[in-house]
Design a protein around this ligand. Structure first.
Ligand SMILES: [Zn+2]
Length: 286
């Protein structure tokens, strides 16, 4: 099911949107946007987001939304960085995991990612496992400046070996992308490197672009054309949520009803999400 969509992203040149959530409001904003635009969607929780919401809670919330809206929603354990947290997400029933051992040496990254793939597939043969190779700098927030070093970038020949030896379904390369939003950004995506990596890995290994927040429409389109199958957006919806919440609290200082304070944030996040889904070209793909 997931793989059918991933195959289509390559043959039809579009990308699946991946958006993070840690509470009901962001998840509702993502799912309502996807349902309105008829797009399959990935939703993800990082280790911190998983901890806040709870793994089981995330699995059952997504299950409930899936049933209510009748659209394909896939739940991903985003940037899980230890075998223990990966195992916990697999056991809880996540549809996909990002086994992120990119901070380790190349050999150690291969070893730990392979171990994660083997465990995940033994528990659920349909699960999708993503690995990360290279160093995507930055954090999921607004930052002044983030400098990328040439050695951070993923080498196509290493990507080929990594994909082959680990058995991952998806690969997150470092191609000049940065996590979060950078104010003084000299960020530009190395489009030809994406194309080279896509050629180097197996046909059924799909490329994921992290750090989508702050990138322009043309960069997304070029990256997708070169072989990106999924784009991660987190910081931009966090900013939309928080700015809207601050405004609402300022506008209604006497209001104490949580759902009245939170509802405007859902609408603000939806605007950001819908705009991205249109750029990714994933609308009307269900
Ligand atoms: Zn990421």
């Amino acid at each position: 099911m997931i793989k059918d969509y991933l195959k289509k992203t390559v043959s039809e040149k579009w990308a699946m949107g991946h958006f993070n959530f840690s509470e009901n409001e962001a998840l509702r904003a993502i799912v309502e946007s996807a349902a309105e635009l008829k797009t399959p969607i990935f939703v993800g929780t990082s280790e911190g987001e998983s901890k806040h919401l709870g793994l089981k809670e995330a699995v059952y919330l997504v299950k409930a939304f899936r049933e209510e809206f009748s659209i394909p929603i896939f739940l991903n354990a985003d940037h899980h960085k230890s075998f223990e947290t990966i195992k916990a997400a697999v056991d809880a029933g996540y549809d996909a995991i990002l086994a992120d051992f990119s901070a380790l040496s190349f050999e150690e990254n291969i070893k730990m990612t392979k171990q994660s793939v083997e465990y995940a597939k033994s528990k659920n043969p349909d699960i999708i496992v993503e690995g990360e190779l290279g160093y995507v700098r930055g954090e999921s927030k607004i930052q002044e400046v983030v400098e990328i070093k040439p050695e951070d970038l993923t080498k196509p020949e290493e990507a080929a070996r990594f994909a082959k030896e680990t058995g991952v379904d998806m690969l997150a390369p470092a191609v000049g992308n940065i996590h979060g939003i950078v104010i003084k950004s000299a960020e530009s995506i190395d489009i030809s490197r994406i194309g080279d990596i896509k050629k180097a890995v197996w046909e059924n290994v799909y490329l994921v672009l992290h750090g989508g927040s702050g990138l322009g429409e043309q960069e997304f389109k070029n990256a997708i054309e070169a072989g990106i199958s999924m784009v991660h957006i987190n910081t931009e919806i966090r900013v939309a949520f928080t700015e809207s919440l601050r405004k609402t609290l300022g506008d209604m200082p006497q209001e104490t009803t949580p759902y009245k304070i939170l509802t405007p944030s859902i609408e603000t996040m939806k605007k950001v999400i819908e705009q991205k889904l249109k750029i990714f070209g994933s609308i009307n793909k269900i």
